[in-house]
Design a protein around this ligand. Structure first.
Ligand code: NAD
Ligand code: GLY
Length: 366
């Protein structure tokens, strides 16, 4: 019944082109059937998502006649590590899975990143399906093929590009999502508006309270518009040789916040939110955006129930974490900044003193 509300996008990667289905209460079996080649399917999920949705997906896949196995990991960013990745390999080998198996990620970005990395490595690469169940994973992590795990010295430092066969974003799963997690997803949605789409920013300003309240139709529209941006950028620059780095707006600052506070203390989206304020603040100090525009950035982030300042972090430590960023080239940090509102650029010749001020000005020193 709700199928007619479904929207479809494609990530145009030649013979690796894949669809993103966005809608509510999707017909899982019908949509997945064409994209699962072999008989063996390993659902990778976590304890929280398993209790909510594992039965639904297990039944759908069994209905398709698949040989099903599951790997249920503990829930949390702190488990996105090599030890827990090993559990996926244990499960795949324990179930006797072959090279034509499919790894299906059922969960948020942590599960998607880990399952995708396992799919990239197991027997040098097997099929992969993304069923993102958080707003953040629906608008960002499930699309584009970045997968990986954290290292104690840096976030997402070990990984691989592994594109899925299909992405199934069922908006109805957001009904069970914690409000704080919904807001974390809104951070990545705001990111797309700030980096490349002023009209989308205006739309978000018109609808932010309804989005925060969990209006599924508006959320579906926001997911569609966000995925359309990401799909276009990934198709143009899959391996992040250029334009794709724009998707990291706020992330260099955000990763420093996340890493300093300890994985899982602040949500990824929360750290990105404050990181975007720091990037916008530096852009203002560069003379590219006005104080009023910086306030506009802070205002939309604040209305999404996201933090615009982070706890006090010693500058030397903040900078040390920033230096682990994957955008460091030849020892030179490159930042994504706002040339204007709705247009981001990758820039290395910023004034370092201005960067320090932008970090310090957006810490909560009280
Ligand atoms: P998450 O995967 O930790 O999920 C957040 C919480 O929501 C978890 O407790 C999870 O169990 C729970 N949950 C998931 N779906 C639910 C549902 N429908 N109902 C109730 N609870 C549910 O966090 P996230 O925000 O989805 O993803 C963050 C991760 O994504 C980070 O590790 C980040 O590095 C990664 N990421 C990757 C990319 C990429 O391109 N690969 C992009 C952005 C973020
Ligand atoms: N989340 C940034 C990217 O996928 O490139």
């Amino acid at each position: 019944m709700a199928q007619h509300l479904m929207q479809t996008l494609h990530v145009e990667l030649g013979d690796r082109r894949y669809p993103i289905f966005i809608g509510s209460e999707l017909d899982t079996a019908q949509l997945l059937a064409p994209y699962i080649q072999g008989k063996q399917v390993m659902i990778v999920t976590n304890t929280t998502v398993a209790s909510l949705y594992l039965d639904q997906y297990s039944s759908a896949l069994q209905g398709l006649g698949k040989d099903l196995a599951t790997c249920v990991l503990p829930d949390g960013e702190k488990y996105k590590n090599i030890e827990h990745l090993q559990l996926i390999f244990d499960a795949l080998l324990g179930a006797g899975f072959n090279r034509d198996c499919t790894v299906l990620a059922l969960g948020g970005g942590v599960i998607g990143d880990m399952a995708g990395f396992a799919a990239a490595c197991f027997q040098r690469g097997v099929y992969f399906v993304q069923v993102p169940t958080t707003l953040l994973s629906q608008v960002d992590s499930s699309v584009g093929g970045k997968t990986g795990i954290n290292h104690p010295l840096g976030k997402n430092m070990i990984g691989a590009f592994k594109q899925p066969q299909v992405v199934l974003a069922d908006m109805s799963h957001l009904k069970t999502l914690d409000k704080r997690e919904l807001s974390a997803g809104l951070a990545e949605i705001i990111k797309y508006a700030l980096l490349g789409d002023l009209d989308f920013l205006v739309w978000l300003e018109q609808h932010m309270e309804q989005l925060v309240a969990g209006d599924l139709n508006l959320l579906a529209e926001a997911v569609y518009r966000s995925c359309a941006h990401k799909a276009r950028i990934v198709a143009a620059d899959e391996k992040e040789q250029g334009e794709r780095a724009l998707l990291n707006l706020g992330h260099t600052f955000g990763h420093a916040i996340e890493s300093y506070l300890g994985y899982g203390q602040w949500l990824h989206g929360e750290a990105v939110a404050t990181g975007m304020v720091m990037a916008a603040d530096l852009s203002m100090r560069m003379g590219w955006i006005s104080q009023a525009e910086l306030d506009r950035v802070k205002n939309i982030i604040n209305r999404a129930q996201l933090p615009i300042t982070c706890p006090a972090i010693p500058l030397t430590e903040f900078l040390a974490y920033m230096s682990h960023d994957k955008k460091v080239l030849n020892g030179q940090l490159r930042l994504v900044l706002l040339k204007r509102l709705g247009q981001a650029i990758i820039y290395k010749d910023f004034d370092v003193e201005h960067m320090h001020q932008a970090i310090l000005a957006n810490q909560n020193l009280s």
